[in-house]
Design a protein. Structure first.
Length: 446
């Protein structure tokens, strides 16, 4: 999120200014106007914090170049002149690309922070240490901005929320909550565990789905090239001499002719299907429908469903601290569970039931229809004994072990099926190709 500074004039003539964070200038303008109405002043200026590239010199030393973030060029000039530099040029950076740090670096930062917090090291020193030691420039800059904002006394939720684009929405929210809680170590530990588990699941899912899909597509492409181009060149040579073709050769040649005749329709159909799938993946409504019906898909759907329950339980365990805050914990856990359908059901059914009808947590979760019977039974037992927080962690650990084991089995099964498919296809190609060796021309006079 970008930083904006608003300035205005109050009725008394006093200058009013402040800083806010927003996704874009339009959003910042709206928020600044709302603040102006509340505080009764006339909004005059709204400036975005940008990067300025400067070139300076001190005495007879060589010229130095650098860059600095500020709301305008005058701020940069005053700061440099105050340090004794002669400013030669200051220009606003035209194009600013804020690259998101790799997930592994973010996980490393949170994991190291948790370990150092456990060693009673002050958080100020942790940020200073990690910002100097981390190699990734994007994350280094992010940590420096967080460090500076916290030193300036800004609210932790606002400081980390501003870095949601770099750290991710969920990690930024969790670290913001941790900065205001009395148990930073546990929240950092849970966040690191969640991110590590999330990356591991993505990696295993890619191994289970993407690599076999690439192999199958490559195999399909090779077969189509063979059937549509290479084989017809050989088979048509026999037809020129009016030689009768064996059954498999004739069938393959007929299939080749059909593919060539309907190539446009086939490519068009595949493109339409690909476009529909892509739209479902990238749009909010598409992801919602995909997550809704994915639950009913055997094996893979069940696996992803239980993984979402695991994530919900793990985040809920991190944030739950009593009946006064459990609704917020439920909402944040729903946003983190990676299932739009599950998130909607919890927000639209469970939370309103608890707030408006006074229903208990387990009864409200049961009405959503997205929790398994085993999970509800364990959470119910925890609610009765007053250990629901610990029970949520037990459910998360149980589903972690179960989904990890099942995913490994799925990967092994898929690899076996792909190997069998390759063997069958290669055998079929070999048989069809070898059949041409027994073709004989007609005997003269026959």
């Amino acid at each position: 999120m970008a930083e904006f500074r608003y300035q205005g004039i109050a009725v008394s003539g006093r200058v009013v200014q402040g800083i806010l964070s927003a996704k874009n200038k339009r959003d910042a303008q709206k928020r600044a106007e709302d603040i102006a109405k509340q505080r009764r002043f006339r909004l005059k200026k709204l400036e975005r914090k940008s990067t300025f590239v400067y070139k300076v010199r001190k005495g007879k030393e060589a010229a130095l170049a650098g860059q600095q973030k500020a709301f305008n060029a005058d701020e940069v000039r005053r700061a440099l002149e105050k340090m004794g530099y002669t400013v030669q040029s200051i220009q606003k950076k035209v194009i600013e690309f804020k690259v998101k740090p790799p997930a592994k670096d973010i996980v490393m930062f949170i994991r190291l922070s948790a370990d150092l917090l456990r060693e009673k090291l002050p958080y100020d020193e942790i940020l200073n240490l990690l910002s100097n030691d981390i190699d990734n420039k994007a994350l280094k800059q992010t940590l420096k901005e967080i460090h500076q904002d916290l030193k300036d006394g800004k609210d932790g939720t606002e400081v980390f929320g501003k870095q949601a684009d770099s750290l991710g929405k969920f990690p930024a929210h969790m670290l913001g909550v941790a900065s205001k809680s009395g148990n930073m170590v546990e929240i950092y530990e849970s966040t690191a565990k969640f991110l590590e588990r999330n990356e591991e699941f993505k990696k295993n899912l890619k191994s289970a789905m993407i690599m076999p899909a690439v192999v199958v597509l490559a195999l399909l492409g090779a077969v189509l090239f063979y059937v549509a181009y290479i084989f017809p060149e050989t088979a048509n040579m026999f037809l020129k001499f009016d030689i009768d073709l064996p059954p498999m050769t004739a069938g393959t040649l007929a299939l080749s002719g059909w593919l060539q005749s309907n190539a446009i329709w086939i490519i068009g159909s595949i493109s339409i299907v690909a476009a529909v799938i892509t739209r479902m993946v990238i749009t909010t409504k598409g992801r919602f429908l995909l997550s809704k019906y994915m639950i009913k898909v055997p094996v893979v759907g069940t696996l992803m469903h239980k993984t979402s329950i695991e994530i919900w339980c793990r985040v809920f365990h991190s944030l739950y601290s009593g009946s006064g805050e459990n609704v917020e914990a439920i909402r944040i856990a729903a946003e983190a569970c990676r299932s739009p359908y599950m998130e909607k059901q919890i927000k639209d059914i469970a939370i309103p039931m608890m707030l408006k009808e006074g229903k208990g947590l387990i009864e409200a979760l049961e009405k959503t229809g997205v929790f398994t019977r085993n999970a509800l039974q364990r959470l119910h037992s925890g609610a009765e004994t007053g250990t629901i927080r610990e029970t949520a962690l037990q459910v998360a650990n149980y589903y972690e072990k179960e989904t990890t084991h099942k995913l490994n089995n799925i990967i092994d099964m898929i690899q076996v099926f792909v190997a069998m498919a390759i063997m069958v296809v290669m055998t079929a190609i070999t048989i069809v190709s070898s059949e041409t060796a027994v073709i004989r021309p007609k005997t003269p006079g026959m």
